[in-house]
Design a binder for this molecule. Sequence first.
Ligand code: SF4
Length: 218
Amino acid sequence: MTRTASRNELVRKPADAAQAASVNMTSLTGVQDAARHCRACPLWENATQTVFGEGPDDARLIFVGEQPGDAEDIAGLPFVGPAGRIFNRALAEAGIERKEVYVTNAVKHFKFEQRGKRRLHKRPDAGEIEICRWWLSRELEIIEPSLVVALGATAARSLSGKPMPIERSRGELLPFGSNGGRMLVTVHPSYLLRLREENDRAREFGRFVDDLRIAAAA
Ligand code: SF4
């Protein structure tokens, strides 16, 4: 679906979208309502809808992915596609109930390249991550989790505000925010989908579950 944006819509900041929506920005539903109207970067234009986070507003654990994929863009929910299914399986193996955690993305609109009928994922750039970080910050402020898990490099960059090589800090509990929170960095579950060899997939899935177990224990 392609829509035409006015110039004003394209230069609008996330904060302006929030103000224009006139909603209670101290609640997750209010922030979610406001995010539906965000036009702060061009990604909204070809996406179906804003895909906001999902989960309880008192969750102790937040998972942050990269951006919605094709299935998420259509459903309007995070982690419901193929990567979401692997994520759910890994959560279950690590003893984490998905309904007890909050799951969101660093970027709230699906970025893709149209190839015939297929929409191929495109990684959001640094500018898009930085602009959309405003919404993630609102989610973190309201929920105040004990632990934030960055799933992949985009999430790690958004949460830390700078590029962060995954393997260097993977699985470590790092300080996060000013309220004694912590952050753990691991891979995005879509990485597991891209591995061709079954042995590699099994090994990396095990490492991913090990990281989630560290999160569960923390
Ligand atoms: S990707 Fe984020 S900043 Fe860009 S339009 Fe969507 S909600 Fe706004």
